[in-house]
Design a protein around this ligand. Structure first.
Ligand SMILES: Cc1cc2nc3c(=O)[nH]c(=O)nc-3n(C[C@H](O)[C@H](O)[C@H](O)COP(=O)(O)OP(=O)(O)OC[C@H]3O[C@@H](n4cnc5c(N)ncnc54)[C@H](O)[C@@H]3O)c2cc1C
Length: 509
């Protein structure tokens, strides 16, 4: 315990705090629709709305299939959506997605993309894929602060009871069984993309993961923490809220059957998945407009007319297209379309905090790429410089991840939007101080990034629910939809395939 005076002195320490986030002010104008009348007209065969991975992936598919008459519009000042990044004097850092696991061998389209990006370099003499070492996590990949010390690996190990050990082993054995389970037609029970999964296990979508665990006699504190952490990592929501199908999918969806010698690693970069968005952005060179918010859509028998507000020149434009693909989340689409009210699409808010720290932070102990703290609200922090090829001698840059796991995302979002810099600082430091009680002595600045609608919530009856299936359907073969929320699971692979699926539908393949 620190003496009170010293604590006060520490409390008075000042450093620069900056708040960023998605352009919610512009986004919220969709409610009022107080935009000027259009004064310009643009014609294109295909219009893609939204430059997240799904929108960019759709554009790549069009271009690869010789459909070059298309235009992409994006409301933000950059492409990438949730796969974007920031940069300060010392490092790039993700402001959203930060890694991609090794794909399944059946995922040929993703593997081909990795080949195009020179991440997958070919096969060796034994037929094993050769992957670019520099784009896979360097050691040490992860560590867990547990019982007052750092241990390697995220599974709690030191000093846990034999019961807990047995439960952990038993759980993973069960997941190995789920991983290979197929139905009579040869479909995996749990697959990526989700749409390829059999519905054989859809009853698991009716209960929460926690209920399923309790029914199966899993109760050790360490295992439940690990599973809660894992669910929050991919879904933002803990095991109390996600469906058992989603919880099991986290472990069983990835087959560990390609690049089998690399299964402990993931693809990552200092800027996170913005690297992958950059690769995809090559397909929209000179074919996109940033700062353009779509706010209305109307179609007749020949065309679709889309109204767009250019937030730089402050004018509205009319875009006339034969077909339009909305790669935007459904909470946005319901404001653009008059009759698209979806009540089950809920989104978990996230807060990402990037801290610049004096070089001495962490002491002699080397930071891992992923540093997780047992029992805290957050998901730990990423060492943003871990993948840098040059030795770091200056300041350190880390990004802390925190989702707001709740059954009332709307309330949590409102609270997050209202939090001031000092409150955000306390929220993040309370978490980090569990492992780094002196962290405040090292902070130079903190950038907070608020993501009000970070991830879709795969709560019971959502993934196999009727509403999600209906939301994916095109309108009159003219308007198409692609977004990770239509998968129910917010990961790169889902966005990538959503884009391909919708683009195929649009050009009639
Ligand atoms: C904090 C966080 C961490 C994550 N970490 C990972 C990770 O490590 N690995 C992983 O695989 N996935 C991760 N994800 C999931 C990530 O969201 C997906 O992988 C993927 O990037 C989502 O792509 P998308 O195209 O579905 O949607 P989005 O990224 O949401 O893209 C939608 C785009 O549409 C634009 N848009 C919205 N409305 C309009 C409008 N009216 N007009 C014009 N443009 C509009 C938005 O600005 C945005 O660019 C993370 C997500 C979050 C929030």
């Amino acid at each position: 315990m620190l003496p009170f005076l010293q604590y006060c002195k520490q409390k008075s320490k000042s450093f620069l705090l900056k708040i960023t986030g998605t352009n919610s002010v512009l986004g919220h104008r969709l409610w009022a629709k107080d935009f000027p009348k259009p004064t310009e007209e643009i014609k294109t065969k295909f219009l893609i709305v939204g430059s997240g991975i799904s929108g960019l992936s759709a554009c790549r598919y069009l271009k690869n299939n010789n459909e070059n008459d298309f235009l992409l519009v994006e409301m933000e000042n950059h492409l990438g959506g949730n796969a974007s990044n920031g940069e300060n004097r010392f490092s790039k850092f993700p402001i959203g997605a930060h890694y991609l696991p090794i794909p399944n061998k059946e995922d040929l389209e993703l593997i081909e993309f990795l080949k195009d990006c020179k991440i997958y370099l070919g096969d060796d003499e034994n037929g094993l894929p050769v992957l670019d070492d520099e784009q896979l996590t360097f050691p040490k990949q992860e560590r867990l602060f547990f019982k007052n010390e750092w241990q390697n690996d995220l599974i709690p190990q030191n000093g846990i009871s034999s019961n807990a050990k047995e439960e952990i082993t038993g759980f993973f054995k069960l997941m190995d069984e789920f991983r290979i389970k197929k139905d009579n037609s040869g479909k995996y029970w749990f697959d990526i993309p989700v749409s390829k999964s059999s519905d054989e296990a859809k009853n698991l979508d009716q209960i929460t993961f926690l209920d399923w665990l309790v029914n199966n006699h899993f109760q050790s504190q360490e295992l439940l923490w690990l599973l809660d952490y894992s669910c929050k990592d991919d879904y933002g929501l803990g095991l109390k809220y996600v469906s058992a199908w989603a919880g099991i999918h986290y472990f069983a969806g990835r087959k560990n059957n390609w690049a089998t010698n690399r299964q402990d690693q993931v693809f990552t970069w200092p800027e996170g998945n913005a690297r992958l968005a950059k690769h995809l952005s090559e397909f929209v060179e000179n074919k996109h407009l940033k700062h353009h918010l779509v706010f209305d859509v109307n179609s007749d028998k020949d065309n679709v007319e889309v109204l767009v507000f250019d937030n730089q020149s402050k004018i509205s434009k009319k875009i006339i297209a034969e077909k339009v693909l909305f790669a935007t989340p459904q909470f946005v689409n319901q404001y653009i379309f008059k009759s698209r009210k979806l009540k089950n699409f809920n989104y978990v808010p996230w807060l990402l905090s990037t801290l610049t720290l004096k070089n001495e932070f962490g002491g002699a102990e080397e930071l891992a790429w992923d540093n997780v703290i047992f029992g805290t609200e957050g998901l730990g922090y990423i060492n943003d410089q871990h993948q840098n090829l040059n030795q770091i001698v200056g300041e350190k840059v880390i990004t802390h991840y925190r989702s707001f796991s709740t059954d009332n995302c709307k309330k949590a979002r409102r609270q997050l939007y209202n939090l001031k810099a000092d409150e955000l600082k306390n929220l993040v430091l309370d978490d980090l101080k569990v492992a780094h009680p002196e962290i405040e002595d090292f902070i130079i600045d903190i950038q907070f990034h608020k993501l009000g609608h970070g991830m879709i919530s795969p709560v019971p009856d959502f993934i196999f629910g009727v509403e999600k299936q209906l939301a994916k359907q095109n309108v009159d073969n003219k308007i198409f939809f692609a977004h990770t929320d239509l998968s129910g699971i917010s990961i790169f692979e889902e966005a990538f395939h959503q884009g391909i699926r919708a683009a195929k539908e649009m050009i009639g393949i």
